[in-house]
Design a protein around this ligand. Structure first.
Ligand code: ZN
Length: 168
């Protein structure tokens, strides 16, 4: 597959993704494509975390915890679906790279950029988020004023198989 064609495929898949598991599938495929690395059996949890935290991977577990509250805020700002998916992709890829064994932040940052650049091309929003930071999407949003009751932690069952719709 030539690079341009591959980029188009990945961009269109990510732009159209309807669920966490679809985005996750793309995270795994693109990391494998670009770095040749994989890790199976990961579990995704959604929780309302402090808004300065996008997601985390507790070391030594198979878990990735994604900040549901932050994703809700991004959706509420009427960002495009492409941007929302790129944001979720960026957070999940970052934690996935940690889970694979890349611990230093700068290493993860560089690898996430390499994966995005190779798979989506230099111009896609995902590559921009990998180069700068996913937080640039929240630049003009006064998130310190936003509070909402905390909902219970939620597990996305069979994260790697079943669709869990999250985009309205
Ligand atoms: Zn990190």
């Amino acid at each position: 597959m030539n690079k341009e064609f591959k980029n188009k495929e990945y961009c269109s898949k990510l732009d159209k993704a309807q669920s966490y598991s679809e985005v996750w599938e793309i995270v795994k495929t693109t990391v494998k494509e670009s770095l040749g690395e994989t890790r199976n059996g990961m579990m995704l949890f959604l929780d309302d975390l402090a808004l300065n935290l996008g997601a985390y991977h507790p070391l030594g577990t198979n878990n990735i915890v994604l900040n549901r509250h932050l994703l809700e805020i991004i959706k509420a700002t009427r960002k495009s679906k492409q941007e929302i998916n790129a944001f979720a992709y960026s957070l999940l890829t970052h934690e996935y790279l940690h889970a694979i064994g890349h611990l230093p932040e700068d290493e993860v940052h560089q690898l996430a950029y390499k994966v995005s650049q190779e798979c989506f091309g230099e111009k896609h929003v995902t590559t921009e988020l990998a180069k700068k930071s996913p937080w640039i999407l929240l630049k003009n949003i006064p998130i310190t004023n936003i509070s909402s009751p905390k909902s219970p932690i939620e597990v996305i069952k069979d994260f790697e198989k079943i669709d869990h719709n999250y985009i309205i």
